[in-house]
Design a protein around this ligand. Structure first.
Ligand SMILES: *Cc1c(COP(=O)(O)O)cnc(C)c1O
Length: 337
């Protein structure tokens, strides 16, 4: 199987499986798991925060962030296409009584800060209290510029908002920006990071922030059922993902660029290869036959997400030869039909 649906499909390496089998563990709810403690300390240091918290999922890390920054009856500003608005079951509203205030994302994935300013509610008993701006980097595979993120920081300081980053793919952003990840994290009060995507861990995410913030998140994680016991078996793989994963993401980006250039040769597909900045490629099927294409590829053991547009994601389990196989299968599909 060649799976281009997502970078979440990556399997743990033999080295990860060995580390998991041999992990020293304890009850993490008592704070006794040395492998979790060591991962959290390493992550806080690596990303430039006071503290870090290991969570089962990125969805939970984002929810903990929003609920730790905002109380009942308060609100967060986010992009209309933000993962923590659209794809997390409305958790902030459902479980946190925190109102989302979505703002249409710009073409580059950013939120226009002037639009954000207009969305901040006045201090008036009619309104929810605006507490937080939440950005996402990368968003739909697009990278927010460092200049923009620094302006967002200054904006939040001016209007007394906290600033959160859904950094599920922050290391893809750092690689594409040619900077250390701390150049990005330094703009934010809190950051969530997925270890289970392109970095290759089977399970796990991190939430980072100052010690008081992480203290609130620990209480909420317990409440939400995310406090795990001998989680060191997961943290052992997560540690390898965090230490080593970032060093190979440039390969995924190169494979995505190569795929985008190849897809641009297919007349039936509409794609601008210059829009592929990281490991996600979007192409529109001019004839609206995406579902048929998906079926034909699946018959050859190739999986894609046939939305409109079609999405292809490169990752450590699909190499250049796999991309060539995908391109050949797509070209054959359109030749034959
Ligand atoms: C995948 C993803 C998440 C959530 O990750 P899960 O671990 O699947 O819950 C959050 N934000 C973004 C941008 C993502 O891509």
């Amino acid at each position: 199987m060649l799976d281009f649906r997502s970078d979440t499909v990556t399997r743990p390496s033999p080295e990860m499986r060995k580390a998991m089998a041999n992990a020293e563990v304890g009850d993490d709810v008592y704070g006794d798991d040395p492998t979790v403690n060591s991962l959290q300390a390493y992550a806080a240091d690596r990303l430039g925060f006071e503290a870090a918290l290991f969570t089962p999922t990125g969805t939970q890390a984002n929810l903990l962030a929003i609920m730790s920054h905002c109380g009942r009856g308060e609100e967060y500003l986010c992009g209309q296409s933000a993962h923590n608005y659209r794809y997390e079951g409305g958790g902030a509203a459902v479980l946190g009584s925190v109102q989302p205030q979505p703002i249409e994302n710009e073409a580059d994935g950013s939120i226009d800060l002037e639009k954000a300013r207009k969305a901040i509610k006045a201090d008036d008993f009619h309104f929810a209290m605006t507490r937080l701006l939440s950005l996402e980097n990368t968003i739909g595979g697009k990278v927010l510029s460092l200049d923009y993120q620094n302006r967002a920081r200054a904006f939040c300081d001016d209007y007394q908002l906290r600033l959160h980053l859904d950094g599920a793919r922050i290391f893809n952003a750092a690689v594409a920006s040619g900077c250390d990840v701390t150049a990005i994290t330094g703009c934010y009060d809190s950051v969530s990071v997925c270890l289970s995507k392109g970095l290759g861990a089977p399970v796990g995410s991190l939430l980072l922030g100052d010690a008081a913030f992480i203290g609130r998140a620990i209480r909420l994680r317990k409440m939400l059922g995310g406090a795990m016991r001998q989680a060191g078996v997961l943290a052992a793989a997560a540690r390898i993902a965090l230490e080593q994963g970032p060093f190979r993401l440039h390969e995924d980006h190169a494979n995505a660029a190569y795929l985008a250039a190849g897809l641009a040769e297919v007349p039936a597909l509409e794609i601008d290869p210059s829009l592929t900045q990281t490991n996600i490629v979007y192409a529109r099927c001019r004839s609206g036959r995406a579902a048929e294409l998906k079926k034909a590829l699946a018959a050859q053991g190739i999986l894609i997400t046939a939305g409109d547009p079609i999405r292809f994601v490169t990752h450590l389990d699909v190499d250049r030869a796999a991309v060539d196989q995908l391109l050949a299968a797509i070209k054959q599909f359109y030749r034959q039909s």
